[in-house]
Write a protein of this length. Sequence first.
Lengths: 88, 896
Amino acid sequence: MNEGRKSVFLERQSYRRRRLVDTIRILPLIGALLWAVPLLWPNQSEGAVSGSDAVIYIFVVWFGLVIVGAMLSRAVSKGGVNEDQGEL
Amino acid sequence: MGTLNILVSVCLIYVIFLFLVAFGAERAAMQGRSGWLRSPIVYTLSLSIYCTAWTFYGAVGFAARSGLEYLTIYIGPSLVMIGWWWVLRKLVRIGRSQRITSIADLISSRYGKSNLLAVGVTVLAVIGTTPYIALQLQSVTVSFAVFSDAYNAGGPVESQESNALLVAAGLALFTIVFGTRNLDVNERHHGVVMAIAVEAIVKLFALLAVGVFVVWGIGGGVSDILDRIDASEIGTWEVQGDRWAALIFLSAAAFLCLPRMFQVMVVENEDEGHLRTASWAFPAYLMVMSLFVVPIAVVGLDLMPAGSNPDFFVLTLPLANGNEGLAILSFLGGFSSATSMVIVAALALSTMVSNHIVMPIWLKLAGTGASVSGDVRHVVLLTRRISIGAVVTLGYLYFRLSGGGTALASIGLISFAGVAQFLPVLIGGIFWRGATRTGAFAGLTVGFVIWAYTLLLPGFGAGALFSADMMAHGPFGLSWLRPQAFFGIEGMDPLVHAILWSMSLNSLVFFVASLVGFPSPLERLQGAQFVNVYAHSSNPQSWSGSLAQSEDLMVMAQRILGAREAQDLFEREARNQGVTGLLPEPSPDFLQLLERELSGSVGAATAHAMIGQIVGGASVSVEDLMAVADETAQMMEYSSQLEAKSEELTRTARQLRQANEKLTQLSEQKDAFLGQVSHELRTPMTSIRAFSEILRDSELMTEAEKTKYSTIIHDEAIRLTRLLDDLLDLSVLENGQVNLNVQSGPLAEVLDHAVSTALTGGGSDRLKVTRRRTQEHVRLTTDLDRLSQVFINLIGNAQKYCDAENPSLTISVRRRQGGLIVDFVDNGSGISKSDQAVIFEKFARVGEQRASGAGLGLAICREIMARLGGEIDYLPGQGGAAFRVVLPTEQAMAAQ
């Protein structure tokens, strides 16, 4: 009975881990998309996005990616040993 | 002038400090205190060689000229690092498991350890990197010149060039001292990495200091700077979309493919866990590096006189504001950027040149190949040192010949686009097992030719290498081949045009050529190893070593790894193999290990070739291929083997069980038989003994009594004899030793004989035998005596056991398909169901013993009928006891 409960717990943990790896994988794609947003900004002089706004937008994305990346890498290193299974 | 002197002395002190740092790190590593040397932070900082002087100085210039476009150069690598799980993790794992020494080594190793491919990649890497080194030398000399200008009003050009030479010589010296101190199998350079990490901090600190000075010193804080940005000439978003996307892609590709990045990222990597930290820490570093670039550019454009070089705003802004200390710090930042790049680039390139170009040639020229005498380590180190010198000299020459003009300024991106050509081959190699060497060759060639044609050669300026006419109308008037408008598609940015065509055609040709060709076994093995690196980190390709080669291997390994290291390795392996002495058996496992150790020193292709020279060629056996075949295929193979084995085991077990049962049965039968025989013999013997005792001991006996007793003894003796005869008969029949006396005769005669024989003696009048003569006109060809014995037995049984008041026996004969049937049916009470099963067994007797008989009759009958090819069965449901004798057809012929 006890063992059964334990294995359920482990199952759940490795499931969480898989999803964590999924998040790590999707993060660069999200970053690429966000940084591709400037492609949509108008290039003409009227209605153009101001330089300061562009700078702020790009750096906010950057900062967000770094923070999320740091949290994820911390979480994945806490997760334990079997990093290889992420490939499965 | 004073400041310049101070600058020179600060610079010297800084260089000495770097030497000391590197030296200290080497010492600490040698004493085994390398733990703190290789922390994730140091790894992250060492990656910062991506930020060269070009990005340190040039980013501000870039921003001043093209606005926010400079950010692409940092965004690409950030994305690669954040996406570490996709590519970098795999690259690092492969690099560690395969002992990869450089990007050329990786590509050559992946594509069947092809040295030709390694040479190609090396040459292309040198071509792509040399201008970049020149750019670093230029930045150092120009930054010197900036100081000279400020105080000297234009120094002599010669001193600039001698500065460049000095810097180049110093860098070469540093790289040689710390990059080739020893030939480490892991190819890791603690001193170099530590110095780079320190330089990374210096350049970050310098740029931050200038940025803070600009924002809060010159400007009025953040909001003021943001206003200035909007008011400046780069104040609106004017980045072309195609360049934005293309440059992000290009910088990401270059980040993976630059030889120096590969060196610090993969080769110098100590622990895969470091990558995890660097995955967010390096983007953070890049973010901070680029944070103040726009403010510096904007303020510089605002304050500096028109026409001043925006590339050096980080120097000139503090100088113009009288902050010389900050200017010197900034100079050191730029100097650090330049030197760290040159050091690592020279190190990476020298490894490639010595492993893939010089060593193979040297081994070939040395004639006897790997078995020549002398220390190969010495040769390797020497070639590395010469290579470093050569690479730096090349950079210097390029700097001198190009004149250090504007041509260099654009070389950064051109160089990026060149090395990015490795990307399809690299990514294809680690993710696609179908990628082949032919494809890699074709793709790289096409990519580099297009790169050179569309970007590198036109980059020297119109009229320099390509005439203006050719640029406008294409070579030989082929307008669709215009270097900057392939297929007539005009109006594209030249850089985007070159990236688009070179990368897409490179990938396409690589893909198609891979599809068409067929890889060699070694290529396929390596491909499986690289692509499935997480599944199996071992090397399944096997050498087939024969005996008496261990000594040669030892000689070779000593020369490359060093005597002590090689002996340790051999001794350890010998112990693992359980062999006494120092030389292990050249088993495939050992040879693989040795090859990998050697490849850490001289590269995979050379190590492979050297071992191949001694051992005589690697064999890729079917088992090897099996080993790397699809996991599913392996599993299926394995499980089917298991299945077959278990089936075989089950079969054997079943046979054993059957054999055991049979043996037990036989043993029981034997016991029962012995018991029966002794019992049967004992009964007549007892009466014989008893009556013979009476005859002997009784004197008063009448003649009649004597006769009676003698008769009894005689009868019992006859019974005994008959029993023994029967036993003998049965034994002969059972053993198949009986000789059949085949005769021909009518069935009726056999039956007549049997009836008359059986009914002689007592009680003959009692049994009435009924026959139908007409049925009996059948001629038999068989052993008639034996057959008659069966019939006699059956009739005798009827006579003995039929319990009817008027016993009668009906013998009926008829033909049927497959044989002749003779039924013996009496009118008695028959044989009970349970007895029917045993009546043909030996010593089986039905009911209470009413008549003499050992119970062997029917057993004998069955044996006889089996010999004659027929059968005898009990026929149930006939009212009385009924037996059916079946004779095969060929023995029975219709009567004439």
